[in-house]
Design a protein around this ligand. Structure first.
Ligand SMILES: [Zn+2]
Length: 160
């Protein structure tokens, strides 16, 4: 069966690496997504897998705008130290709202001094060109429920 809109694609393995060849994300078990622009997979990967079958191995280079976006220096914030818990340290994450937006942003602490805390609202992989590699394990037609929900059910999928 070929990959087309409203098929469930199961990947045996996927790996994201940066230009230095370091792995920044990889699967530890098979993953499935609903193909056809439901937001379950990078659009560039979906486009490259369109029409392919089980067994197909993909390796694709993606620019930041195709993955986690360009790095936005405006999302780097300096906040007063007393606005954070006593034990705040580098690497901690906090939720925060962007002004004039209802989106919840995740801010990661990147520096702490006696007076200030620097937080970064960019995705940790923002601004990076990334190489995505995967192998297609299986392709099946999605059920009507899956299409209406916009995600995969069953093994490796969404559990209700
Ligand atoms: Zn569902």
């Amino acid at each position: 069966m070929r990959i087309e809109k409203d098929t469930v694609v199961s990947l045996q393995y996927y790996k994201l690496s940066n230009l230095q060849g370091e792995i920044v994300d990889e699967s530890t078990s098979p993953v499935s997504y609903l193909h056809g622009g439901y937001g379950g997979m990078f659009p560039a990967v979906e486009a490259a897998l369109q029409g392919k079958e089980a067994g197909y191995a993909l390796s694709i280079a993606m620019e930041p705008e195709e993955t986690f976006g360009e790095y936005d220096s405006e999302l780097l914030r300096i906040e007063p130290r007393n606005a954070f818990p006593e034990n705040v340290e580098i690497g901690m994450q906090f939720e925060g709202g962007e002004e004039n937006s209802e989106d919840i942003m995740i801010y990661t602490v990147t520096d702490v001094t006696d007076d200030i805390v620097v937080v970064d609202g960019n995705h940790p992989l923002a601004g990076m060109a990334l190489q995505f590699e995967c192998t297609v394990m299986a392709v099946r037609a999605a059920t009507a429920d899956e299409v209406s929900h916009g995600h995969v059910h069953g093994p490796h999928g969404h559990d209700h």
